[in-house]
Design a protein around this ligand. Sequence first.
Ligand SMILES: *[C@@H]1O[C@H](CO)[C@@H](O)[C@H](O)[C@H]1NC(C)=O
Ligand SMILES: *[C@@H]1O[C@H](CO)[C@@H](O)[C@H](O)[C@H]1NC(C)=O
Ligand SMILES: *[C@@H]1O[C@H](CO)[C@@H](O)[C@H](O)[C@H]1NC(C)=O
Ligand SMILES: *[C@@H]1O[C@H](CO)[C@@H](O)[C@H](O)[C@H]1NC(C)=O
Ligand SMILES: *[C@@H]1O[C@H](CO)[C@@H](O)[C@H](O)[C@H]1NC(C)=O
Ligand SMILES: CC(=O)N[C@H]1CO[C@H](CO)[C@@H](O)[C@@H]1O
Length: 489
Amino acid sequence: MRNALLATSSFLGLASAAGLNLNINDDASIRNAAATAAYGLMKYYDNNASTTPAGNVGLLNPPYYWWESGAMWGGMVDYWAYTGDQSYVVATQDALAAQLGPAEDLIIPAHRGDEGNDDQAFWALTHMSAAELHFPSLGPSQPSYLTVATNAFNNIASRWDTATCGGGFKWQIYPENSYGYNYKNSISNGAFLQLAARLARYTGNSTYIDYAERTWHWMWHIGLINHDSFAVYDGTDDRQNCSEVNHIQFSYNVAVLLHGAASIYNATTGSVQHMWARRVLGLLQNINSTFVTNEGNFPNKTGIMFEVACEPHDNCNTDMQSFKAYMGRWLGKTAALCPLLGDRIMALLRTNAEAAAESCTGGTDGVTCGTKWYVGGYDGAWGVGQQMSALEVVQSLLALEARPHKERGVVLPLVYGNRNTGGSAPSSGSSAPVARPTTNPTGLAAPGPTGPDQTAAVQSAGYYSAASRVMKRLAVAMGVAMAVGPAGR
Ligand SMILES: *[C@@H]1O[C@H](CO)[C@@H](O)[C@H](O)[C@H]1NC(C)=O
Ligand SMILES: *[C@@H]1O[C@H](CO)[C@@H](O)[C@H](O)[C@H]1NC(C)=O
Ligand SMILES: *[C@@H]1O[C@H](CO)[C@@H](O)[C@H](O)[C@H]1NC(C)=O
Ligand SMILES: *[C@@H]1O[C@H](CO)[C@@H](O)[C@H](O)[C@H]1NC(C)=O
Ligand SMILES: *[C@@H]1O[C@H](CO)[C@@H](O)[C@H](O)[C@H]1NC(C)=O
Ligand SMILES: CC(=O)N[C@H]1CO[C@H](CO)[C@@H](O)[C@@H]1O
């Protein structure tokens, strides 16, 4: 680890800190708490020394797999955008530049043994965040973040597999990775959907919406998404033509779809927007009832996020320890993209940021974060996943105020400092709202813009003339009370 890197962090106050002091009503306090958590996270990263072999730059050491490093840098891109702290910009740039792969598509030959479609997509989503937030570019001799994300999208898209199950992406890319080559799973399909959705919003190219729709349609048809509850199940075996679904639920599977759906909702109008609005609401409701309140199924229900499949049983593996990070991250971005839901989501995040901060009293530094946030303190566990989860739920409180998302054709002002310079160039995508898709990807069995899951209310979009009316109707139907504009009253 390079102490010089750590010493440059500006607003820390580590030496005497006991716990993560957080006042959720004070932005400076939120930034301070995020800085402490980010510093703790970066303590796990030591492949930034001059002696580090080039291929290891940007990577956490075992037991952390390649994908989790990519996920972590996505959190650090957001950290910079939400707080304005520049401390880790160079480390993040170095990490992203070191892991582009020979074709600049995030296929890394050295990680053939642990790179699946989902892993590649997680790194691609980090490049997508860097593009959206105008993170300082990798430099003139390097591709733009948008180029890398697009290259990865095209590479993954080429593996859409119609040999079994009527489509879908396998978990693994390479047949020799037999542990997951026959598993078509929600995170590979969901991360691709989110990438497509964000590319659609960022570029204004509606072809990406067709890809997202095709993926949703397939997951829905196969039963990876429950038609009533919008629960998202983990995966299915393609040797049985996906006739049996593994019903275990992990928060990142549903949260990855939530942010994807929110991105398309935000970028569209009319019936396509209505359809994705229903999906946003269904997924959000499922996240809340399964991973936050979990009514009836877990006695410790407190409104605090928990990984339902493993946390109560103390058997979360290294990957699972980080899932709450993406739940917090994608809830925050959804709040920004769906202002109608902003208050509800922010209320959830505020409660959870406080609970997460209370868990950060461990370790010799006194600010190490634990796994369980509902126990009212530090539970003795530690690691990258725990640290990243606390960081992300805390920093996501700034997701609205930082207004980080690129409005169509316009870069919204950022609140903290001048961070709009040096980023990858915005695409020259159309500045008009994305309309109904008019083209289909090659080979697409054309599900079209209307999936099979629309309620009659959504289908008869003419009846509900304003999107807000549909939002209100759906929200009421799902028990999510929310304010709507005058058109919806
Ligand atoms: C496999 O599943 C797909 C999607 O459900 C279906 O269209 C196809 O008919 C199935 N094939 C066989 C041989 O059962
Ligand atoms: C939109 O994206 C698709 C898929 O990558 C691409 O083939 C097409 O050329 C793009 N269209 C425009 C106008 O850029
Ligand atoms: C539920 O809460 C009680 C009281 O705080 C605690 O003792 C118990 O360990 C919790 N259960 C789980 C599974 O965390
Ligand atoms: C889309 O997101 C932006 C924030 O990035 C927000 O200002 C705008 O109102 C959103 N659009 C819709 C239709 O909700
Ligand atoms: C989650 O559910 C609780 C209890 O029903 C509700 O009060 C809260 O508003 C919900 N939050 C969201 C984001 O839907
Ligand atoms: C080799 C390497 O990646 N070095 C970087 C480590 O982080 C510092 C501070 O962010 C950079 O200045 C180095 O270039």
